[in-house]
Ligand binder design. Sequence first.
Ligand code: IMP
Length: 310
Amino acid sequence: MTPRPFEARSPAPSTIEEARFAHESEEEFARLLDFYGVRWQYEPRTFPLQRGDDGRILEAFSPDFYLVDLNIYVELTTLKQGLVTDKHRKLRRMREIYPDVEVKLLYKRDYLSLLTKYGIGAVNEQEQMVVREVLYSATEIERRLGELGSEIARAYAGRELLLVGVLKGVTCFMADLMRHIALPVSIDFMTISSYEGDRTGAVRVVQDLTENIAGRHVLIVEDIVDTGMTLNHLMKQLRTREPASLAVCALLDKRARRLVDLPLDYVGFEVPDEFVVGYGLDYRQRFRNLPFVATVRAEAISGEAGAEQA
Ligand code: IMP
């Protein structure tokens, strides 16, 4: 049986203010984790590696960080050979004694690739110029979608549901949300665009649904509702096709900018009046692949916020 580690501190420091970092690189790593919304604890545990005959601990290992959502420990290291060799030896011993505990030895150059590997999604240098702050991390989104999916499944219990996604911004949301709805579900998509220069939100259907929605329970799935004009026009159009019911599920609700009074049945998160990208949402067709939702630097988009298309 794997021995239990020591509970070194309780509770472990989990903010930059609380943690007394031994090295600058640790604080830098903590800031990076905070930026991506990855929950961490600083040196929460000490793992005894060797004991004397009297049971006293002769050698122990306290990894620098524990990443709560990923359930891994991280030990930061420099390239100084002496230190690295010793750490490798301790890590080997750790893995022998505590095979169920995952510990990563991380060089500075690997910080970002670790986050990418675990689906946290590190931004590259170009993206750093645009992304300002991660509002909702991949894990927070995942957690919220679980709640939304259950809520939808309860509301539509006993009925068949047709999810209608509005492209392209909805791609990530649709793919993840539908996997959290434990009901018979069909999906369909449409692509719409607003008329050039038109501020009323009137929409043109660029690519229509393939399903007939008459008599069916339709849930429109949207990435973000801003002024509400687009959705308002879309709902009017879909109502003429006489669905049995028509409701809306939006990942993000930018309520402060609403111009049309539009009840949203299901909302992931309410966002402030700022332009956001990631998790399907774009700025000039880019950043859709970031696995989190982030605000962008005002100077990077120079007053064009909100001008983009679905
Ligand atoms: P609305 O008609 O003003 O509600 O605009 C809705 C559409 O505008 C969304 O489906 C998005 O495609 C786009 N949009 C609005 N706000 C943002 C944003 O902050 N980031 C990216 N796209 C946005």
